[in-house]
Write a protein that binds this ligand. Structure first.
Ligand SMILES: [Zn+2]
Ligand SMILES: [Zn+2]
Length: 641
C-alpha cells in the first residue's frame, strides 16, 4: 500500500524546512546590509553635527542621543519590521498542508487562520529586535558621551563605534579590507570547499587586524543571530499554539543534518515527543545549548531544527484516501496551468501571444502575470482593442493576422500589468517598491513638478518626469534642426544606390534625431525598393535583422506617447487629454494616458524575442530617460517577486 499521507507529511516537513532556511538566510543578509548603512550614516551624522569632532562637548553628546535613536529606527528597526512581516510565509505553508486533511470535529481549530495570535507573536518577535536596537543605542550614546568627557580623539571614537556596530566587519577606509568583508558576506553560505577555505582565511585576516581592540559582542553579531532565532521562535510558538488549541499532544522534531549540526539535534531529529517529554529532555545539558524551552530555544542559537504537529490518528486509511484524491486534483490543476498560472481562454491567449517567454518561469513579466488573479472579463469587438482597469476587462479586435493579434494582446495585457501589479503585491513589498520608484523617478519632490495626488497604483506613472524630460529633449532637437532637415521632406532618392547617399546626407544634417512623424513615414513606411533594414541599421547604429518593421506600430506608439506625437504616432492627442495629469513642467503635461501607453508598448516590444533587443536600442535612442526608467522598473519588479 502506498503511503500517500506519510509522503505528503514528509513533503510538508521538507518544504517548511526550506522556507525556514531561505528566510533565515535572507533575513540575516538584510540585517547585515542595513547595519552597513547604519554604520555609515551614524558616522556621517556625528561628523556633520560635531564639525568633525571639534564641537563635541558633554552637552552636545547628550543632545545627539535622539539623532542616534532616529537613525537606528530608520535603518535597523525598519528592516526588522519588513522581516517580521514575512513570517506569514510559514503560516501560509502550514495552511496549505492542513487544509486537505480530513480533520475530525475536535481538531477543527487547526484550519483557522488565527490572525490575532499571529500578530501577537509578530509583535513579540519585533520586540526582540527592539531590545537589540536599544542596547546598541545605549552603547553608542555612551561611547559618544565618554569621548566628550575624556576628550578622546574623534577618530578613535569613530573607530570604537564602528567596532561596536560591526566588529571586525566594520567599514574601513582601506578598500582591500572592505573587499574582504564583502567577500565574506557574499559567500558565507557557500558549500564549495575552496570558497569555504577562502572565507575562513578572510575571517582570520580581519581578526588579526582588529584582534587587539575589538570585542566580539557587536551589533552585527547579535542582530544576525536574532534575525535567525526570532524566525525560529515564531515558528516554534506558532506550532505549539496550534497544537494546544486543537488538543494535539505530540510534536515531531524535524530538519536536516549538516556538518555543523549539534550532537543533541542529531540524536533527536525525526523523533516524536509529547510536550512533557520534550520539556523533560530539554532540562539536560549539551554543547551549544541556549535555553530550556524546546519551542523557543531548540538546539541553541542559530539552530534550524523545528517542531511540527503530529497525531497518530492522521496515519489512517481514510487520511490516505483523502490525500490521494487531493493530490490528483492538484496535479490536474497544475497541468492545466502554465507558468502564467491562468486557465482557459486567458491561458491560451497568453501562451500564444507571449510565446517567446511563456516557458521561462524566471522571466519577470511571466512572474508579474502569475501574480495577478484571473482576468475578470474577456470580450471581442470590431473596433478598437482596449483594457479597462475599472472592471478588469480586456477586449480584442479580431485581427486575422496572428502576429498582429499577438502584439496587440501583449500591449493590452501590458496595460493590465501596469494597472494592477502594485495592487496585488503584499503591503510591505508594495511600500518597498514604491519608495524605490519615487526615488528613481525623481518624483518625490514638488519642485520637480510632480503632482503627488494623482499617482495611485499605476506603476508607469512613476516614470512621468522621465517622459517630460525626453519630451522636452525631443522637442528641442526637433526645433533646432528644423531648417537643416528641410531636404528630408523635399528630396527623395530615386533608386537604391542614391538612397545610401541620401541617407548619409540626412544623418549628417541631423546629428540629433529623432525625425518627425512625416519624416519617419518617409523613411520607415515607404514601401519602395530601398534596403530598409540597412537604413534602420544606420539610424539606430545597431545591427537589425530583417523584419524589424513588423512591430513598427508599437514603436511609433511608444515615441508618440512620449513626445505627444511630435515624433511617432499611434493614439491621437485628444486621446491623451482624457486622462488625469501626473506631471507638469516646461509647459508640458504628462497624463496617465501617456505613461500607460508608453509602458504597454514597452512590454509588448520587449517580450518579443526576435526583435525585442533591437527595439530596445531604438527606444533607448529616441527616449533614453523613459526607457532606462522602464528597464529599471522591471528590475525593481523582479526584486519584489
Ligand atoms: Zn539543531
Ligand atoms: Zn494602449
Amino acid at each position: 500500500m502506498s503511503d500517500a499521507f506519510r509522503d505528503s507529511f514528509n513533503q510538508f516537513a521538507n518544504k517548511k524546512q526550506q522556507i525556514l532556511s531561505r528566510l533565515a538566510d535572507t533575513h540575516e543578509e538584510r540585517i547585515i546590509n542595513t547595519l552597513k548603512n547604519l554604520e555609515d550614516e551614524i558616522i556621517a551624522d556625528l561628523t556633520r553635527l560635531t564639525d568633525g569632532g571639534v564641537k563635541l562637548n558633554t552637552q552636545l553628546a547628550i543632545q545627539l542621543r535622539p539623532n542616534l535613536k532616529t537613525l537606528i529606527e530608520q535603518n535597523f528597526l525598519k528592516e526588522a519590521d519588513g522581516i517580521v512581516s514575512e513570517y506569514d510565509e510559514i503560516v501560509k505553508e502550514y495552511q496549505r498542508f492542513i487544509k486537505p486533511l480530513p480533520i475530525p470535529e475536535q481538531f477543527k481549530t487547526l484550519t483557522k487562520p488565527d490572525l490575532r495570535v499571529i500578530n501577537q507573536l509578530k509583535i513579540l518577535s519585533f520586540s526582540g529586535f527592539e531590545d537589540v536596537g536599544n542596547r546598541f543605542l545605549d552603547t553608542i550614546a555612551n561611547e559618544v558621551y565618554q569621548s566628550s568627557v575624556t576628550g578622546r580623539p574623534f577618530n578613535e571614537m569613530v573607530k570604537n563605534i564602528r567596532g561596536q556596530i560591526s566588529g571586525v566587519y566594520q567599514r574601513s577606509n582601506e578598500n582591500a579590507v572592505n573587499r574582504l568583508v564583502d567577500y565574506i558576506d557574499k559567500n558565507r553560505y557557500s558549500e564549495n570547499a575552496q570558497i569555504i577555505a577562502k572565507v575562513k582565511n578572510a575571517r582570520e585576516i580581519l581578526h588579526t587586524k582588529y584582534a587587539s581592540d575589538i570585542l566580539g559582542n557587536n551589533m552585527r553579531r547579535y542582530a544576525g543571530q536574532i534575525a535567525q532565532d526570532s524566525l525560529m521562535q515564531f515558528d516554534g510558538q506558532f506550532t505549539l499554539y496550534k497544537g494546544k488549541e486543537a488538543g494535539i499532544t505530540k510534536y515531531q522534531y524535524v530538519g536536516t543534518n549538516i556538518t555543523t549540526t549539534r550532537d543533541f539535534c542529531r540524536r533527536y531529529v525525526n523523533r516524536v515527543f509529547t510536550e512533557e517529554e520534550a520539556r523533560e529532555i530539554w532540562q539536560g545539558s549539551w554543547r551549544g545549548k541556549s535555553g530550556t524551552d524546546p519551542f523557543v530555544n531548540r538546539g541553541g542559537y542559530r539552530c534550524r531544527h523545528s517542531f511540527i504537529l503530529y497525531d497518530d490518528d492522521w496515519f489512517t486509511e481514510e487520511t490516505n484516501d483523502n490525500i490521494e484524491e487531493q493530490t490528483k486534483v492538484n496535479q490536474k490543476v497544475r497541468k492545466d496551468q502554465s507558468s502564467f498560472k491562468k486557465t482557459g481562454t486567458e491561458k491560451k491567449l497568453l501562451d500564444s501571444s507571449f510565446a517567446d517567454i511563456k516557458n521561462d518561469a524566471n522571466n519577470t513579466i511571466v512572474k508579474a502575470i502569475a501574480l495577478l488573479p484571473a482576468l475578470k472579463k474577456y470580450t471581442t469587438n470590431r473596433g478598437k482593442s482596449f483594457y479597462n482597469k475599472f472592471n478588469d476587462e480586456l477586449s480584442m479586435r479580431q485581427y486575422t493576422d496572428q502576429q498582429k493579434f499577438a502584439e496587440v494582446y501583449r500591449h493590452e495585457y501590458g496595460h493590465r500589468i501596469d494597472d494592477n501589479f502594485l495592487r496585488y503585491l503584499p503591503e510591505n513589498k508594495r511600500k518597498q517598491i514604491i519608495s524605490k520608484l519615487k526615488k528613481l523617478g525623481a518624483i518625490d519632490n514638488k519642485e520637480q513638478g510632480y503632482i503627488f495626488e494623482n499617482v495611485r497604483t499605476t506603476i508607469s506613472n512613476y516614470a512621468s518626469m522621465k517622459l517630460l524630460n525626453d519630451r522636452r529633449r525631443i522637442k528641442k532637437n526637433f526645433e533646432d534642426n528644423k531648417k537643416k532637415r528641410f531636404n528630408i521632406l523635399n528630396e527623395k532618392p530615386i533608386d537604391e544606390e542614391d538612397f545610401d547617399k541620401y541617407l548619409i546626407g540626412v544623418l549628417k544634417d541631423n546629428p540629433d534625431f529623432p525625425l518627425s512623424k512625416k519624416e519617419l513615414y518617409n523613411l520607415l513606411e515607404f514601401q519602395g525598393n530601398f534596403n530598409r533594414v540597412e537604413m534602420l541599421n544606420l539610424i539606430t547604429k545597431t545591427d537589425i535583422h530583417k523584419g524589424l518593421d513588423d512591430h513598427m506600430d508599437l514603436f511609433m506608439d511608444y515615441v508618440g506617447a512620449i513626445s505627444q506625437n511630435k515624433v511617432g504616432f499611434g493614439h491621437t492627442i485628444e486621446y491623451y487629454r482624457d486622462f488625469s495629469t501626473i506631471s507638469r513642467k516646461y509647459g508640458f503635461a504628462v497624463t496617465d494616458g501617456h505613461t500607460s501607453e508608453a509602458f504597454a508598448n514597452f512590454i509588448a516590444l520587449t517580450t518579443e524575442a526576435k526583435y525585442g533587443q533591437s527595439y530596445l536600442k531604438l527606444m533607448r535612442y529616441y527616449a533614453p530617460e523613459t526607457t532606462e526608467m522602464f528597464e529599471q522598473m522591471i528590475k525593481e519588479m523582479e526584486n519584489v517577486l
